[in-house]
Design a protein around this ligand. Structure first.
Ligand SMILES: NC(=O)c1ccc[n+]([C@@H]2O[C@H](COP(=O)([O-])OP(=O)(O)OC[C@H]3O[C@@H](n4cnc5c(N)ncnc54)[C@H](O)[C@@H]3O)[C@@H](O)[C@H]2O)c1
Length: 343
């Protein structure tokens, strides 16, 4: 089997998951790992039998490395990605895409110019339950999508007032997932945010967001609810559609098909409208993401989707900034106007 020869940039906390995914993908050869921190880089290199490279200039001087995974902290994504694109390498970049929209725009343009396969690390898209929910959404015509993922306090390195830090870093996945499920372009949003509810770094710690897709009878509304005060709360993903309702519980999805569950006849035991239609499995979806991305890089016939493209990353960043703007001003944001105002 032809294998994509990949180098990893960044062997920190999240970099370990990338290393595991790269090492386990059957269509990837894990050639090298690059980190400014030699201890972190050498440790990962040794664990996976790959080579340690001290800096990215040396990495890109190696023409036997066709592609890279970029897993450095968000403010460095743009610099690291532009360097990789200039060297003509396929790449997976961690989310959120960049620290600003102008950076993200440059990255999208650079991918088009380089003609490489670029994906964002929104690995939930590869989770079997999320993929199944996406398929069901196409059948039941969503009216409302409710996605609630809670957590405890983030570690200090994510606690800053920046729009991509705090709970916004965590819900970056949700901000990608809700439009992915809706299958439509978001048109407007309204957000309520709270900073410093438990900490004191100025970080956003509580987020409640309502995103609209389309208008009038054709409207879908997506809700995202997340906070750092909800450790241990089960995740909720509920979709109410014109033609059915679906809910995710753990790795299972329950579906009640049809416009509305029928009312039981008088005195009869109500039928259970829920038929469990799907049982997924728990695993690190980053592995699936890398395998798919490598397949797309090796074969021009394989599309980047369902991986998030750089355009998807740009759209998620636009939503993120609009959420922060709405949470600050208290105003509903019309996204087309907002995007135009960003230049
Ligand atoms: N997709 C997810 O589920 C998920 C989960 C956690 C974090 N993340 C994202 O992953 C990214 C990295 O987060 P982290 O927690 O691993 O950060 P980290 O600080 O733990 O690791 C970053 C690593 O990059 C190295 N590095 C920095 N600049 C470098 C350079 N120029 N060349 C080579 N190495 C360099 C650092 O030495 C460090 O080891 C962030 O953007 C974060 O938002 C994504």
């Amino acid at each position: 089997m032809e294998k994509l020869r990949v180098g990893l940039v960044g062997a920190g906390g999240r970099g370990r998951a990338h290393a595991n995914a790269i090492a386990n993908a059957p269509n990837i050869e894990f050639v090298a790992v690059c980190d400014l921190d030699a201890t972190a880089g050498e440790e990962v290199a040794e664990q996976y039998g790959s080579e340690y490279i001290a800096n990215t200039s040396e990495l890109y001087a190696r023409d036997d490395i066709a592609a890279v995974g970029i897993c450095v902290q968000t403010p460095s994504h743009h610099k690291m990605a532009m360097e990789a694109l200039e060297a003509g390498r396929h790449l997976v970049t961690e989310k959120p895409m960049a620290a600003s929209l102008s950076e993200a725009k440059e990255m999208v343009a650079a991918v088009a110019e380089a003609g490489v396969v670029a994906a964002l690390s929104y690995q939930l898209r590869f989770g079997p339950v999320y993929a199944k929910m996406k398929e069901l959404c196409e059948e039941i015509e969503p009216l409302q999508i409710f996605f609630a993922r809670q957590r405890g306090m983030l570690v200090d390195k994510y606690m800053s007032p920046e729009p991509f830090d705090g709970i916004m870093d965590f819900i970056s996945h949700d901000i990608d997932m809700v439009p992915f499920l809706a299958g439509r372009k978001p048109t407007a949003l309204l957000a309520s945010l709270q900073r410093d509810t438990w900490g004191n770094a100025g970080a956003i710690e509580v987020a409640s967001v309502q995103i609209e897709f389309g208008s009038g009878d054709d409207k879908i509304v997506g809700c995202i609810s997340s906070s750092m005060g909800g450790a241990g709360m089960p995740e909720r993903l509920d979709v109410v559609g014109r033609n059915g309702i679906a809910r995710k519980e753990g790795n299972s999805i329950y579906l009640a098909a049809g416009p509305n569950p029928p009312n039981p006849p008088e005195g009869a035991r109500p039928p259970d409208p829920w038929c469990m239609c799907f049982e997924g499995e728990a695993r690190d979806f980053t592995c699936d993401l890398y395998e798919h991305w490598a397949a797309a890089a090796l074969d021009a016939e394989v599309p980047v989707a369902p991986a998030a493209s750089y355009e998807d990353g740009y759209n998620a960043l636009l939503l993120t900034l609009a959420i922060v703007e709405s949470g600050t001003s208290g105003e509903k944001i019309e996204l087309e106007e907002f995007a135009a105002a960003q230049g």
